[in-house]
Each structure stands twice: as structure tokens, then as C-alpha cells.
Design a protein around this ligand. Structure first.
Ligand code: AMP
Length: 616
């Protein structure tokens, strides 16, 4: 059916043609047809992405009286962002309606401007419950003339504790009106609202209850809790063109993850309720314009947000309420496009995956977190693709070309390609060559003393060498050429220290012993320690210092990762380079390294030459 056939007026038809809408979505077809025939209450089960805004917006506008400046329709939505989005959509649909006005009323913005808008006369008000109540109490808004009330994302409004506010607001509206309730899920409380506020509502559904989109792939990775962030970075590096939302459970976690991503050089920012309205607007503007690749958000802040072409929804944690999973993943795979929903889980979340599968009636696929060589390969071909498609600014580059050709004249085409690619590729290779496998090895679970994937080391350097936890970490990372995140549980004592690393890196660390590196006149010596044995020996450090060996933490059978996974085969460069875009982590390491080296030189005085003997 076409929009003409379902009975929209010509001004609306013109506006939606401008928007490029060709045919109504299933929910639009149902609501527009139904509401053209009769005034009725209505309950619609619909997720964001189904075209539900137009499904209530177009019927409202189709019967609005633009000559009358009183409020005729009230749309309630749970968040400021959703309010603004609905208002913008309504403005787009109504652009040819003369004398029509819509306004958004939400907290966190100046109330006087919003009062002015209302006083000017508006036919449609889109509001969050809290601010609307404020307006009602100030007696600046009159809802007596409302003919239609829309409760959008009703389940979320209830989740957010707006039930009493909804009661208060609806009491201000006339008895004779139509109430339309839109909800992505239909928990008991929403059914109760439908019963309390509506009489004999028509029921509309866009498909099977709570079913996710068909073109959406659901995958999950199982990692240790402490590897969650590393897994997220792997995902971001593995999908260089990612444009996605990372969902976290709390505002604090949201901010922390966003801060870490920003610090590590990714294009990311946070969206949560502790930010001011202008900060949130700024973040959303950057995300909508694709200046940001990853929006890290809480469920509430991202609720209902409609941004086109989101490629990935990442569940940094699964939502507390499994029903929220459909809201989160409804952000992607819209308008026929495909999308990927990724959940990063720990072993204890396996049951939750099953619960979600029951709700979405789809199976998740358990996948392995991409390893270093997977990422390098992806980045390599992304680079080749970019090289192939790069815009060449002939006029601007022309004058430099003769000198460039001259400098490179010795190189064959193959050599040139290799070098151009290596310029970028080496950064990923350097970073990932010792990257640990983040997937949980069957049977290994974090215990009080680490697990089979981690090994504890003793090193004969400590506070007397000027080290603290961070500087020792940096020193080891710098000397062994691994990322400092690979060194954890560091315990610095006076003349020696302990630290843990991935068991796969044991050989890499042990090469320190064979490379005769000195620090403060002492040869650096590392040994695999066994914390369990040591602690069972009750306080061995106090009694007689470290007593060596053990090695139980390290299951020698594990294959060493180092270079073996890397398919590039390029020889490693000594230098350390700063990768662009998704891998800014290197950037930070680079500066940390150089500052550490300066510190180390200061500390070790003339010993810096012996430190310089490092072959790494
Ligand atoms: P919503 O579910 O209202 O958030 O809408 C999801 C997206 O679909 C929005 O970007 C709308 O602009 C778009 N949309 C809504 N209706 C149509 C339609 N009939 N044809 C094409 N796109 C649509």
C-alpha cells in the first residue's frame, strides 16, 4: 500500500516524499488505516526502528487543526534525547502545514524559553514527564484541550519511575480523548497502564512479540572480567569502520569506558544522565555527524535514539533487565540494513544469554575474541582498500611529485607497495605481536591467585632501585616490548618485586635473563614464582626473601604467542610508531616510554649504558 492509499493529506504526502519515505512501514500502515477510520485508544507493540514515530506522528498531524492554537496532542517520552528527536521528526512531517507549531519540553534546559514557546501557541507538545509536571504546577500549560495522548516507550517510562507522574499528567487531560501507548515490550506494568488509562484499546503489533530484526547477527565473546576492556578494544580494532553504541550498566562505568577509549586514541565519547544537557547535545551532534565512531551510553540515555546506519551494538555488560537487550540492539539493523550485536560476557553470564535467546527467539553465536593476527589482517586489508579509494588531489600534490619520484626511483612497484603499507601496518603489528588470547581457556577460572592463563614472576628489582608499581610496570613493558596492561598484580618490595603476566608471555619475559640487561649495576633476573606455594610458606618474604622457582603457575604446554600468529612476515622495526585512528594506545605508550626512559636514565646515572645494551 502507498501513503496516498492509506489516506494522508497532500501536505503530509509532500513532506514524507521529501524525506524519501516511499511506502509505509507495517506499523504505519496499520495505525494510519485504523486511526483514519475511528477515534480509538490503541496499544502498539513496536520497537524503535520500525517507523513508530511516524506511526503516531502522521495520524496526529492528519487530523490537527492548524487554525486553533491550543494544545491538541501531547506526546510523552522518557528522555530528553527522545523528546528532541520526536519533535524534529514531527517538524519534518509538518513542514508544509501552515500555522502549525510543535515544541519540546524537557528538563536540563532553561524553562523560560520553553514557557515562551507554549505561550506562543502550539498544537503538539512533546514532553518528558518531570518537566511537564513543573509546567503544570506553574500553570503555564493547559492540557484541557488535548485530544490525543501518546505514551511513547511506555515500558521505559515505568522503569524510570514515572508512574505517579503519568497519573498526575493524565488527570489534567480531558476524559474524552484517545490514548495511544507505544512500547517495545509488554511487561505486566505496561499492561496494567493500558487497563487503567484506556478503554477497549485496539491492539497493534509489528510482528511477533519482542522478536529482533532478521538482519541482525547476535554474537558473544566469553572473557575474564578484567579483560572486558581489552576485548572491547579488539572489537574496535577488528572493525576499523565501526560506527556503534557501547552499552554500559552504570553512569560511572560509561564514563570510565569512554575515558579509557579516548585516552587510548579511539573516536569515542560518553552519553549518560550526569552530563549537562549541552554536553549531551554536543555528544549526540558529533555522533549523528559521524565525527564520533563509538558512543558509550547507559540504557536510559540512549533510549529511543535514532541514528541511521549504526553497524554495531556492543553490550559491554549485558543489561540487568534482559528485556532491555531488545532496546539496545534495536539501534542497529534498521530500515533493511544489517547489523551486529556483540555481547562481552564472563562465564557466569552464560545463563543470561539463554534467557535473552528465549526472549528474542534467536540464537546467539559464540565467537572467539579476535586475536592479534586477526586484527592485523583486518587492518591490513582495510588499509589496502583505503589506499585504493583515496582521493588524489592532483593539483595540490603535483609540484611535489618530481622530487618524490626522484627520491623513490630505485624502488620497484612491489617494493613501493610494501613500504607504503608497512608505514601504517607496522604499528598494529608492533602492538599486537605479543597480544594475549583473551578467550577463556576451557576450565580456567580466575581464582584468588590468578589462573592457568597467568603466571607470577619474581624480579630482582625493587624500591631501592627507585621503582614503584607504575614505574616498574612501564620499565618491564618497555624492556620486554609488551603493553603495560599485560603486567598486573605488581607488588614492589625493597630489593625485589613480583608481578603477573599472561602465561603465553612467559618465554618473552624470560628472554630478559638471557639478554644481560643491567640496571643499577645488577643484572636483571626474572624467575617464575608460585604465589600459592610462597604464601603457604607463610610470609616467606619477611623470613628470608624470595626462594625461587616453582613454576606451577605456568603450564608449560601453552603455545607461545609472540610472533607466530602474525602472517605479515615483515621484520620488526626497532622504533615505536604512533598508529592513527583506532589504535592511539600506542601514542600514549610512546610518550610514556620516552618519559620513563628519561626517568630510568636519571635514576641509573652512568648505568644507562648498560641498560642500553638491551637487544629489544
Ligand atoms: P523510528 O522507529 O520512528 O525511530 O524510525 C526509524 C527510522 O526509519 C527513522 O530514521 C525514520 O526516518 C525512518 N522511517 C520511518 N518511516 C519510514 C518509511 N515509511 N520509509 C522509510 N524510512 C522510514
Amino acid at each position: 500500500m502507498t501513503f496516498q492509499e492509506i489516506g494522508l493529506n497532500s501536505d503530509l504526502l509532500k513532506a514524507i516524499a521529501d524525506l524519501g519515505f516511499e511506502t509505509p512501514t507495517p506499523i504505519q500502515e496499520q495505525t494510519i488505516l485504523l486511526l483514519a477510520k475511528q477515534e480509538t485508544d490503541m496499544v502498539a507493540l513496536a520497537q524503535t526502528g520500525t517507523g513508530k514515530t511516524a506511526a503516531f506522528g502522521l495520524p496526529i498531524l492528519n487530523s490537527i487543526n492548524c487554525d486553533n492554537k491550543s494544545v491538541q496532542a501531547l506526546i510523552l517520552a522518557p528522555t530528553r534525547e527522545l523528546c528532541v528527536q520526536i519533535t524534529n521528526d514531527i517538524k519534518n512531517y509538518s513542514k508544509y502545514l501552515k500555522g502549525f507549531n510543535v515544541t519540546a519540553i524537557y528538563g536540563g534546559a532553561r524553562i523560560d524559553g520553553q514557557i515562551k514557546d507554549i505561550k506562543r501557541g502550539v498544537q503538539v507538545v512533546v514532553a518528558t514527564p518531570g518537566r511537564l509536571i513543573d509546567m503544570i504546577e506553574r500553570r503555564v500549560i493547559n492540557l484541557n484541550t488535548v485530544k490525543t495522548v501518546v505514551l511513547d516507550e511506555a515500558d521505559e517510562m515505568l522503569n524510570m519511575g514515572f508512574k505517579d507522574d503519568l497519573d498526575t499528567i493524565l488527570r489534567q487531560t480531558p476524559d474524552q480523548k484517545s490514548t495511544w501507548l507505544f512500547s517495545a515490550t509488554m511487561p505486566k506494568e505496561v499492561e496494567r497502564i493500558a487497563k487503567n488509562y484506556m478503554s477497549n484499546p485496539a491492539e497493534i503489533s509489528t510482528g511477533k512479540k519482542n522478536e529482533g530484526a532478521d538482519n541482525l547477527e547476535h554474537i558473544y565473546y566469553v572473557v575474564q572480567g578484567r579483560d572486558r576492556y581489552l576485548a572491547l578494544k579488539r572489537v574496535a580494532d577488528y572493525y576499523p569502520e565501526i560506527f556503534g553504541i557501547v552499552f554500559c550498566r552504570t553512569k560511572v562505568e560509561t564514563q570510565e569506558v569512554a575515558d579509557s577509549l579516548i585516552k587510548d586514541g579511539y573516536s569515542a565519547d560518553a552519553l549518560h544522565g550526569d552530563l549537562s544537557q549541552s554536553q549531551r547535545d554536543f555528544v549526540m551532534k558529533r555522533f549523528r555527524s559521524r565525527t564520533l565512531q563509538m558512543l558509550v551510553a547507559t540504557d536510559v540515555a540512549a533510549r529511543g535514539i535514532d541514528v541511521s546506519d549504526i553497524t554495531h551494538v556492543i553490550n559491554y555488560n549485558l543489561p540487568e533487565d534482559v528485556e532491555n537487550y531488545t532496546h539496545r540492539t534495536g539501534r542497529t539493523a534498521r530500515a533493511g540494513k544489517s547489523g551486529i550485536a556483540i555481547a562481552i560476557i564472563t562465564p557466569k553470564d552464560n545463563g543470561k544469554i539463554k534467557d535473552i535467546e528465549r526472549i528474542i527467539k534467536k540464537k546467539f553465536e559464540k565467537k572467539e575474541v579476535p586475536n592479534g593476527s586477526d586484527v592485523c589482517e583486518k587492518q591490513l586489508f582495510n588499509l589496502v582498500h583505503k589506499l585504493h579509494n583515496v582521493e588524489v588531489k592532483d593539483d595540490e600534490i603535483e609540484s611535489f611529485l618530481p622530487a618524490i619520484y626522484d627520491e623513490l626511483k630505485e624502488l620497484s612497484k612491489e617494493e613501493l607497495i610494501k613500504r607504503v603499507i608497512s608505514e601504517e601496518f607496522n604499528r598494529f603489528h608492533d602492538y599486537y605481536q605479543n597480544a594475549p588470547d583473551l578467550n577463556i581457556v576451557k576450565g580456567s577460572v580466575d581464582g584468588a591467585f590468578g589462573n592457568s592463563r597467568t603466571t607470577r614472576f619474581f624480579v630482582n628489582m625493587g624500591m631501592m632501585d627507585g621503582f614503584n608499581i607504575n614505574s616498574l610496570k612501564e620499565f618491564l613493558a618497555d624492556t620486554v616490548k609488551v603493553h603495560n596492561r599485560m603486567i598486573f598484580n605488581v607488588d614492589v618490595k625493597s630489593s625485589f618485586s613480583f608481578f603477573e603476566t599472561e602465561s603465553k608471555l612467559v618465554d618473552t619475559f624470560l628472554t630478559l635473563n638471557t639478554n644481560d640487561i643491567e640496571f643499577n649495576n645488577r643484572k636483571i633476573s626474572l624467575e617464575v614464582s608460585n604465589r600459592r606455594m610462597k604464601e603457604a610458606r607463610s610470609d616467606g618474604e619477611k623470613r628470608g626473601g624470595y626462594r625461587g622457582g616453582g613454576g606451577a603457575g605456568y603450564r608449560g604446554g601453552e603455545k607461545r604467542e609472540s610472533n607466530s600468529g602474525f602472517r605479515g612476515g615483515e621484520k620488526r622495526e626497532g622504533g615505536f610508531k604512533r598508529p592513527r585512528t583506532n589504535s592511539g594506545n600506542y601514542e600514549k605508550r610512546n610518550s610514556e616510554r620516552s618519559s620513563f626512559n628519561r626517568d630510568a636514565e636519571k635514576r641509573s646515572g652512568d648505568k644507562k649504558r648498560s641498560f642500553g645494551k638491551s637487544k629489544f
